[in-house]
Design a protein around this ligand. Sequence first.
Ligand code: SAM
Length: 298
Amino acid sequence: MTTTKSSSPGEFSPTRFKATQRANWDAMSGGWLTWQEKFERGATPVSERLIAAAGIRPGQRVLDIGTGVGEPALGVAELVGADGAVTAVDLSEEMVRIVRRRAGELPESAGGLEALQGDVETLELPENSFDAALSRWGLMFAVDHVAAFGAIARALRPGGVLAASVWGEPQDAPMVSTGFRVLAERLDLPKPPAGEPSPYSMADNTKTEAELRAAGFAEVEITDFVAPFWLADPGEYVEFYRTCSPPGLLTMIEQKFGSQDDPGTWDAIAASVEPFREADGVIRLPSRTRVLRAVVPG
Ligand SMILES: C[S@@+](CC[C@H](N)C(=O)[O-])C[C@H]1O[C@@H](n2cnc3c(N)ncnc32)[C@H](O)[C@@H]1O
C-alpha cells in the first residue's frame, strides 16, 4: 500500500508506522534471539499446527512471512529436505541477518533457506512459485490486510495453501498481553491512532475471512489453538519483557521513573503473572491464537 498523504502527529501515518516497526524489530532482534528457546516452548506446537494445516511435505517450496529470528522457516527447511526450499521474509534487516546466519548452521539434509528483507504488503516474489505460505504471528502488523493476503496469494501456485497464526483477543493471550497491560497503566500510554496495526489487528474472524476472500483466497477456515507457553518463575517473564520490548517503551520507563531498571515497573510485571502459578510452581500462560487456513483456487 502506498500513501503520499502527509499526516499530523496524532494521526496514523502508514509510512511512519512502517519505519518505526522496522527500527523496533531491528532493535529487538538480539533480544528475540536470546529468548528464542524459551519462546519456542509455546510456539513450536503452533508451528506444528501450521505445518499440518498447510500439509507441508518433503520437496515443497515454502514461504515464511514475518519470520523473525527464523521460525517456522528453519524447522520447515529440515522438513522439506534437500529437494525442497524455503524463502523467509521479514521487514527487519537485522532479523534477516540472524536468519541467514542460522540457515548456515542447518544440516546438509535440509532444503535451501533464502532470507529476504521485505514487506508482506509489497512482496516482490515470482508469481505461482510456492506450494505453501506460513506465518507465525507476522501478518497482524500489515497496514492493508487485503494487500498483504493478495501478495501472498500471487506468490502461491494454484492450490497453494496459506496457514498463519495471528492473535485473537488480548485477554486470551496472557503471554503477550499481561506485561503490556502493566506497562500501559504505569506509563499511561495513549490510545494508538485509529487504523494503527497491533498484535490484535486480525482478531475479528468475520473481517479477516472477508479480507482473505477479497484477496482471492477460497476454502477459508479460522480455528483456535492454544499455545502452551510456560515460565519457570516470574523473573523469566520480566526477562522476556525487558529483552523483547520496543526500545521506546524502555525509554518511557526511564523518562517517567528515572531509570529503565525502575523496580516498581519490573516488580509489577513479575506480580502480574503470579496468578498463573500452578501447584508445581510453574507459571503457565496458555495463549489462544487464531489459525488461518486458506487456499488459492486451483
Ligand atoms: C512477533 S514477530 C514473529 C517472529 C516469528 N515468526 C516467530 O513466531 O517467532 C513478528 C515479525 O514480523 C515482522 N514484520 C512486521 N511487519 C512486517 C511486514 N509488514 N512484512 C514482513 N514482516 C513484518 C517483524 O519484523 C517481526 O520479525
